[in-house]
Design a protein around this ligand. Structure first.
Ligand code: TTP
Length: 766
């Protein structure tokens, strides 16, 4: 049987060469190499290319992955790496096998500088790398690269990484190896460091990334080292009730989406259908056409062909157009009012939940008539008790055409039915979110972001006309609003969860995210303005379920609640401490004074209260001391913690996603990368400890989320998992009411076994 080599030469098939590769791939793993050889060999044919043989071996190994034999995933990963090494080596003109001692040598430190130089010249890497690092420094960093860390990837991880994250040339060929990618990301973030300390920090960044202790957001992983360093994940826009501002925000949405940012858009200020325009009654088309426009813009700006843009749109539950809004993705109602590509979210005040509980009436209002109703502010500009006062007054005072009375329970039921059918709208409990907003001294929050973990101050941009100055100049004035931006990173709880480890890793992660703010490319000006004033970051987690399992904690147990409380207390403590230490070095965020942080109030509690909690949790952390330190030195970052979904990046590091339970003990996911076998970490050892999402009583998940929320200044992309065969309306209602009662700020998807097309936001993925 003949084979065709990469060079095009035909040779006799030499099975011993295949054995060398198989032995390399299987070394030290709990698998039988012979099985792979036999299974693959049956499929060989005359004139097969060596590349095809390699692909066959990879596929065969990947297909053998199961909970009983999970190690095949590492075999497939090594085979794929071997292929990658060969391809990249070929492109650079060297062989992966060392000529002198025959040893395997995939990384060639001498070629690292050459790699950067070549692709900077070709406009693929950003010029800033060579502007900030000398050849000697790059050579030193190349020597620091640890090739053996490639063996940490499982098959799905390396496949996702090479298909989507590794940079390619103009012809679509991968140009960098995984460890080089990590080093280049570290170098990009290192640019914000002082020259004399830079290399040391780059090495630290590289270490935490390449050992999978932390992950950074997809935009950071994809864009750091490239020409446009758009590294942020989430943006939230606030749209005013003004035609100019509506389209200004449509433009912003397009620009943000182009650079792979996910969007949250608040439309609650826009007047309802039939409201007057310049006193012409019945003129306004309301909110739905704007929803549709945004929908189409998201489809149109398809992130350079990678995937279509993504936006969540939030409306308040009292908005007069809310009934139509609830139906944007259902199969009921007028097709012209549908927007299937956006994600609806509903902002709910405590008063509504109260009316639902009491089965009372609820009044929908037209924001047009709710403007400047108290102290020059609109209804939506209030929360909590003040909101209630204004709402109750408007309920009485508004003329009939400005409002509509409905049954609170009926509206709630409709909302839950839509959630049951489509998995959405997402829920934003606006009062809890605002009461606990650490920066409520300088703003408020109307909505969350696309993945419902970001809770930050937001406001509209005020546009003014061109102004003719006295000296004849024409100027244009604009008061920038707060466009929320968040920079995300997550801790891998499978590896880092003790106080000792968090104390080591957290300062490095906080520093990397703070550097993101400094070197970011901003697709829109307002985002830069907000980012520099708040310096907001979002620290989340991956591998939560594995962490529980590894520590012998069952999901449905009181121990879980206690464990979650104590774990997230530690995370919070070390995050605040790291940001405070950074403030000592770099200064506090400009809006620190007057914040809850500055008063020692963390998560709505006094230092003494936090201290008591810590004793209960068995952590005995010094919250009183930390509060003093923060008062004195400030914090570097105005927002700190946010648990994002970690979709694709947790695949890369072989972790269970975010704080979610696993979907199943084993499944094969089919996506752009082909068939990806998924087994949770250490499944063989902990098979009976893992419980999958749809078998979990969701009350436990909500209680655990509430325990975590005690220590999170923003929120969590918290999913519910329901089996439509088993759940009924009252139970679903109970779950959402419980989420509200226990203090969750947001609920993300209600995932149901029957809904298959739930899409995960890419940009928040860390
Ligand atoms: C012009 C126009 C506006 N609108 C909506 C968009 C905004 O929500 C709202 C106001 O639009 P604007 O054009 O900003 O209204 P205006 O400033 O001329 O009038 P007013 O003093 O009443 O604010 O009406 C429509 O629905 N249809 C239209 O044709």
């Amino acid at each position: 049987m003949k084979v065709i080599k990469r060079s095009g030469r035909r040779e006799e098939l030499d099975i011993s060469k295949i054995r060398i590769v198989i032995d390399f791939a299987c070394a030290g793993l709990d698998v039988d190499p012979l099985e792979l050889e036999m299974d693959a060999q049956i499929q060989f044919r005359d004139n097969i290319t060596t590349r095809e043989i390699q692909q066959l071996l990879i596929r065969t190994a990947a297909e053998k992955v199961s909970p009983e034999t999970p190690d095949w995933t590492y075999v497939a990963a090594r085979l794929l790496l071997y292929d990658l090494y060969k391809d990249v080596g070929h492109l650079r003109g060297y062989k992966v096998k060392d000529k002198i001692n025959g040893k395997y040598r995939p990384y060639n430190p001498e070629s690292f500088y050459h790699l950067i130089k070549t692709y900077t010249d070709r406009g693929i890497y950003g010029g800033y790398l060579l502007e900030n690092y000398t050849k000697e420094e790059i050579d030193q960093l190349a020597q620091y690269i640890k090739p053996e860390r490639d063996l940490l990837f499982n098959y799905t991880g390396i496949k996702v990484l090479s298909d989507r994250y590794l940079v390619r040339d103009e012809e679509g060929r991968i140009i960098e190896l995984p460890q080089e990618m990590y080093m280049l990301i570290a170098m990009t973030l290192g640019i914000a460091e002082k020259k004399e300390e830079r290399l040391e920090w780059v090495k630290k960044f590289y270490d935490v990334l390449s050992q999978h202790y932390v992950s950074l957001a997809t935009p950071t992983m994809m864009n750091a080292r490239r020409t446009h360093t758009q590294l942020s994940s989430c943006f939230v826009l606030t749209v005013d009730d003004d035609l100019y501002d509506i389209f200004d925000n449509v433009q912003k949405a397009a620009q943000i989406s182009k650079f792979a940012g996910g969007l949250g858009i608040y439309l609650g200020k826009i007047r309802a259908t039939g409201a007057p325009i310049r006193k012409f009654r019945g003129a306004s088309s309301g909110v739905l056409p704007v929803v549709k426009i945004i929908n189409d813009v998201m489809v149109y700006v398809d992130q350079l062909g990678m995937r279509k843009g993504s936006a969540s749109i939030t409306l308040d539950i009292w908005h007069k157009d809310v009934l139509d809004f609830l139906e944007v993705k259902t199969n009921v109602g007028d097709e012209r009012k549908k927007a299937h590509d956006i994600h609806p979210a509903v902002a709910i005040p405590d008063l509504f939940m109260e009316r639902v509980r009491r089965r009372e009436k609820w009044t929908l209002m037209d924001p047009y008539y709710c403007k400047k109703v108290k102290d020059g502010k609109n209804l939506e500009d209030f929360y909590g008790k003040e909101f209630e006062e204004v709402y109750l007054r408007l309920e009485k005072e508004l003329p009939p055409y400005a409002k509509r009375e409905v049954d609170a329970w009926e509206l709630w039921k409709r909302l839950l039915t839509v959630i049951f059918e489509t998995g959405e709208p997402y829920i934003f409990f606006r009062d809890t979110a605002n009461y606990l907003n650490p920066n409520k001294h300088c703003g408020m929050v109307y909505s969350s972001n696309l993945c419902m973990e970001i809770i930050q101050n937001m406001s509209v941009t005020t546009h003014e006309e061109d102004i003719l100055e006295e000296d004849g100049r024409i100027t244009h004035r604009k008061r920038s609003g707060d466009v929320v931006v968040c920079n995300l990173g997550s801790i891998n709880l499978g590896l880092v969860y003790t106080a000792e480890d968090l104390a080591k890793v957290m300062p490095v992660l906080v520093r990397m995210l703070d550097n993101v703010i400094s070197i970011n490319f901003y697709a829109i000006k307002e985002a830069e303005y907000t980012n520099k004033r708040y310096r907001a970051i979002g620290i989340g987690v991956s591998n939560y379920h594995y962490c529980l399992v590894k520590n012998g904690i069952q999901w449905e147990s009181e121990e879980h609640i206690k464990f979650a409380d104590a774990l997230f207390e530690r995370i919070a403590y070390y995050a605040i401490k790291a940001s405070c230490d950074l403030a000592k070095e770099r200064g506090k965020y400009p809006l620190f004074d007057g914040s809850d942080w500055s008063k020692g109030i963390f998560f709505g509690r006094t230092p003494e209260e936090n201290q008591q909690e810590s004793v209960k949790n068995g952590n005995h952390l010094d919250w009183i001391g930390l509060a003093k330190e923060v008062k004195e030195h400030g914090l570097r970052n105005g927002y700190l913690l946010a648990v994002m979904p970690t979709g694709s990046t947790s695949l890369i590091i072989g972790a269970t996603a975010s704080v979610d339970p696993i979907f199943a003990k084993f499944y094969k996911e089919e996506n752009m990368s082909g068939i990806l076998p998924q087994v949770p970490p250490e499944i063989k050892k902990y098979f009976w400890h893992y419980k999958s999402a749809y078998h979990i009583d969701q009350e436990w998940s909500i209680r655990a989320a509430a325990a975590r929320q005690k220590w999170i200044d923003q929120s969590q992309s918290f999913n519910l998992y329901i089996d439509p065969e088993k759940i009924d309306g009252p139970t679903l209602s109970h779950l959402y009411q419980l989420a509200h009662q226990l203090g969750l700020k947001t609920v993300y998807y209600c995932r149901s076994k029957s809904i298959t097309d739930i899409e995960e936001c890419e940009s928040c993925s860390t």
